[in-house]
Ligand binder design. Structure first.
Ligand SMILES: [Zn+2]
Length: 335
């Protein structure tokens, strides 16, 4: 059974209907999930997030001055923080805190043995947020704060973050650039003028983190087969060598061909393939431990469909090494 972490407070932080990262994204996911058989048949257990954590957990990744500034700007009613794209209201700070605390709550459920697979359906997203910088609708780096929490638990020493959002997770890469305990892999659109413009193939980490960052820049119009071949040739060997103890996924669905962002042409089925691959890697190396974090995805209906397909793949009981299957046979039509 997969734990699906949700909370209606994530529908606050009202950026306005014209802003791509607006609450109706998540509302659509929640509504579709409740109507689905995934919950009714107990394949997915919807768990309301709890937030009993200390702000010092966020300060493991972000500077105290940055946290204070964001709180002040939000509480005083400013309309944006640092950049105009980062629209805020009076609820934004509290919502961003809860969004990253939900990753800590998911971690505790995993550490307590309640679930091995978790999907954290929160907003605002996080993978662009850096040490002291909000960026690309992200304020606190949810996946990075969670990775640090898991390292602090001393249970895990090797964590793999796999970022499939159409945009490069510049914040996550920077935060762990000199770490050998957190391997960051990203597959994203590049080169174009697509935000944020980072994530080149020659960015591989520094100091003791050298070799623990890997990027797969993908040309515009890349589709399902292009993505799968890249995962086969780059991600698969990297995971085999690193042997992570847990996989965290920055799951952006804005590489979908029907999404308003980016120029990547993944289909819903292409996302299914990707998640079969991630599920296989988690089974092979991590005793099934995987935590999936919602990042981008800006067409509410498309997003909901992709998330439900993700949950379906993760819980369908179908167990296959999709890398071998697709590499050795002409099976591309089957998945
Ligand atoms: Zn994105």
């Amino acid at each position: 059974m997969l734990g699906f972490i949700y909370h209606n407070d994530f529908l606050r932080h009202n950026t306005g209907e014209k802003h791509p990262e607006h609450p109706s994204r998540l509302k659509s996911v929640y509504n579709h999930l409740l109507e689905s058989d995934l919950v009714k048949t107990d394949r997915v257990n919807a768990v309301k997030a709890e937030f009993n954590y200390d702000i010092s957990r966020i300060a493991r990744i972000h500077s105290p001055g940055y946290i204070e500034n964001f709180k002040k700007e939000s509480n005083t009613g400013n309309s944006y923080f640092q950049n105009k794209e980062n629209v805020i209201d009076s609820t934004s700070f509290a919502t961003a805190v809860k969004s990253c605390f939900s990753g800590l709550y998911a971690s505790d459920l995993l550490l307590n043995g309640d679930f091995k697979q978790l999907f954290v359906a929160s907003r605002p997203p996080g993978h662009h947020a850096d040490y002291s910088r909000a960026y690309g609708f992200c304020f606190f780096n949810n996946v990075a704060i969670t990775a640090k929490y898991l390292l602090d638990s001393k249970v895990f020493q090797k964590i793999m973050i796999i970022d499939i959002d159409v945009h490069h997770g510049n914040g996550t890469q920077n935060i762990f650039y000199d770490s050998k305990n957190v391997f960051y892999y990203s597959i994203h659109e590049h080169p174009t003028f697509l935000f944020p413009g980072t994530g080149r193939f020659f960015d591989t980490g520094k100091n003791s983190g050298k070799g623990f960052t890997l990027n797969s820049p993908m040309k515009p119009e890349s589709g399902d087969d292009d993505y799968f071949k890249e995962l086969l040739n780059k991600l698969y060997p990297a995971v085999c060598e690193f042997k992570p103890e847990i996989i965290l996924v920055s799951a952006g669905y804005d590489g979908h061909k029907d999404d308003i962002m980016g120029d990547i042409s993944l289909s819903t089925n292409g996302f299914r393939r990707i998640f079969y691959a991630l599920k296989y890697l988690a089974a092979e190396y991590c005793e099934d431990r995987i935590m999936i974090f919602l990042e981008g995805g800006y067409e509410p209906e498309v997003l909901a469909s992709c998330v439900l397909n993700t949950l379906d793949v993760m819980t369908d009981g179908y167990d296959i090494n999709i890398f071998d299957a697709l590499a050795t046979a002409d099976m591309f039509g089957l998945f």
